[in-house]
Ligand binder design. Structure first.
Ligand code: ISL
Length: 475
């Protein structure tokens, strides 16, 4: 078998709402991406992963999808996407879409029907359960976005499960109708000419049968629903079925799972081509080296530990499996501010981190702005944050009388909004991102850090990334 194209490729993640605004509404959009394709071709990247642009109430910035076959008007139209695919292709660039099918939006017609009664045709497309005798939720799981993972639905008079926000009900993958509706939609997108998918929290699609309580620490309000829903007993089966129904009869596709709970052992199975699941997956091991307990609790960065983790993944996946390599994405703070020095050694840190990542075996991912050495945002106040994870957490700390100042320090360093500020294109107003006020503020350091100055500077962070991309191609 010939080597798949993605083994010599570099991927670039676009978070569309913060990439480039073309219509002056303060949100990035598909036509904005089209207008920057020459920049991406110049950088040399081979494949673009687009964070979700489907129709969505935008509760979680598009990770809550109400129609998988429509584009949200915020981002454009299906015709714009067709044009993007064609324009990218003419520059030798492929597109992969974000596939968010562990959950949908509560405004998806599937959920609306499912919620309408206990005996409609889609009654068990989601996880529904009666209240306990005292009216409390069916189990002790907490949501990743604060509060219980269960929400009471007044029409159906039952609780539904949501591992993420209450506007992101979990789809019931035990039901084959759900799975085949998803495969059908995936085939529809691939027929349109996209190259594949990044699969959101795909390691959560198989839950522990019976949804048992998770272990609960004394004094904690909720039990650990994560352990009861990650890497469940049917995960391999579902991924293999998906492979058979969607990818087996196609050439040249690419799949990357976002895999909380991924271990090198599981990854070796999942990415072994002979096992026909996924091409690669994102693990989180290296993202935990400066956290302890909760994601907001910072401990000193441990370089030795980081090296050990990266080394272990290289060794254990060996020549059978395949790694996804990343530092930044839309859920992580900027790596430069996190593991590097984002002031006097900003350029050196950015180049060093880039070199380390791109010299590993696997497919490297560049997150928008990483190639410019963009940094965390100097957030001062909770009012500057937009992310529901941060806002929900803040509300729950406040409600329980906790220390909101201490919590703010966590958001300043680890908050996802750090990576979601607009791309800094040039020194004009709003860094060239938009001619309106953006949905989230531009980092004030855009006068110093921007694409326009770096593309013409042979010693810039951008030039360094371009070299690394070239090296990968000449490998
Ligand atoms: O950033 C996190 C919360 O602390 C991660 O745990 C994140 O929620 C997890 O990586 C799953 O992320 C994906 O699914 C979420 C969405 O909010 C993220 O943006 C997405 O990447 C729910 O769809």
């Amino acid at each position: 078998m010939s080597t798949p194209w993605w083994k010599n490729a570099v991927a670039y993640q676009i978070y569309p709402r913060s990439f480039q605004d073309s219509n002056g509404d303060g949100f990035g959009d598909v036509r904005g991406i089209i207008s920057r394709l020459d920049y991406l071709a110049d950088l040399g990247v081979d494949v673009l992963w687009l964070s979700p642009i489907y129709k969505s109430p935008q509760d979680d910035n598009g990770y809550d999808i109400s129609d998988y076959r429509e584009i949200d008007p915020l981002f454009g139209t299906l015709a714009d996407v067709d044009e993007l695919i064609a324009e990218a292709q003419s520059r030798g660039i492929r597109i992969i879409m974000d596939l968010v099918v562990n959950h949908s939006s509560d405004e998806h017609e599937w959920f609306i029907e499912s919620a309408s009664s206990k005996d409609n045709p889609k009654a068990d497309w989601y996880y529904w359960a009666d209240a306990k005798a005292d009216g409390s939720p069916p189990n002790n799981w907490g949501s990743f976005f604060s509060g219980s993972a269960w929400h009471w639905h007044p029409i159906r008079e039952q609780y539904f499960l949501h591992l993420f926000s209450k506007k992101q009900p979990d789809l019931n993958w035990e039901n084959p109708d759900v799975r085949f509706a998803v495969y059908d939609m995936m085939n529809w997108w691939l027929d349109k000419g996209i190259a594949g998918f990044r699969m959101d929290v795909i390691s959560f699609i198989s839950k522990q049968p019976g949804l048992p309580d998770g272990p609960q620490n004394p004094g904690e309000e909720f039990g650990n629903g994560y352990l009861m829903s990650v890497n469940g007993p049917r995960m391999y089966e579902f991924l293999q079925e998906m492979h058979r129904e969607v990818f087996a009869h196609r050439e040249g596709t690419m799949t990357v799972g976002e895999m909380p709970g991924f271990t090198p052992e599981i990854a070796l199975d999942v990415t072994d081509p002979a096992k026909k699941m996924l091409d690669m997956g994102f693990h989180f091991d290296h993202m935990g080296v400066d956290q302890s307990g909760s994601k907001w609790n910072r401990i000193p960065f441990d370089l030795v530990k980081l090296k050990a983790i990266l080394g272990e993944w290289q060794e254990k996946l060996g020549t059978t499996g395949w790694n996804s390599l990343y530092w930044d994405n839309h859920d992580q703070p900027r790596v430069l501010s996190r593991f590097g020095n984002d002031h006097e050694y900003r350029v050196e840190s950015a180049k060093c981190l880039a070199t380390v990542l791109h010299m590993h075996r696997g497919t490297p991912y560049i997150y928008q702005g990483e190639e410019l050495g963009m940094t965390n945002y100097p957030f001062k106040d909770i009012s500057e944050f937009r992310d529901l994870e941060t806002l929900n957490h803040h509300a729950s700390v406040k409600a329980s009388g906790g220390d909101t100042n201490q919590a703010l320090a966590g958001y300043q360093f680890f908050g996802r909004d750090n990576a979601r500020t607009p791309v800094q294109w040039d020194t004009t107003a709003q860094a060239g991102f938009s001619n309106a006020e953006p949905w989230i503020a531009v980092n004030p350091n855009y006068l110093e850090i921007n694409a326009a100055s770096q593309v013409k500077d042979p010693n810039s962070v951008w030039a360094h990334y371009k070299h690394l991309v070239e090296l990968r191609h000449n490998d």
